[in-house]
Design a protein. Structure first.
Length: 87
């Protein structure tokens, strides 16, 4: 339990940031899941549409510091390879 005023404020800030990061990360994972589901179903158009929505969101997640830059790059690369298997 925080005893100092600055520590109490830091706890409040951490709670807000944790909630934001969780929300952003969950949204990213859902978009990735939509791409994978479309690829498994063999729906080329749906996969491409979902991919086009997912890539900027992953990049933005990295920019906000929720995930590391290399992690975002790796996810985008693997999704690109996956979507290209339908071609």
């Amino acid at each position: 339990m925080a005893n100092h005023k600055s520590a109490e404020k830091r706890n409040r800030q951490n709670a807000i940031k944790r909630a934001r990061n969780t929300h952003i990360r969950t949204g990213m994972r859902n978009l990735v899941k939509h791409v994978r589901e479309a690829v498994i179903a063999g729906d080329k158009e749906a996969a491409q549409t979902a991919f086009e929505k997912a890539v900027p969101y992953i990049a933005k997640t990295s920019t906000k510091g929720v995930i590391h830059k290399a992690t975002a790059s790796r996810k985008i690369s693997r999704l690109t390879k996956l979507v290209n298997t339908l071609n």
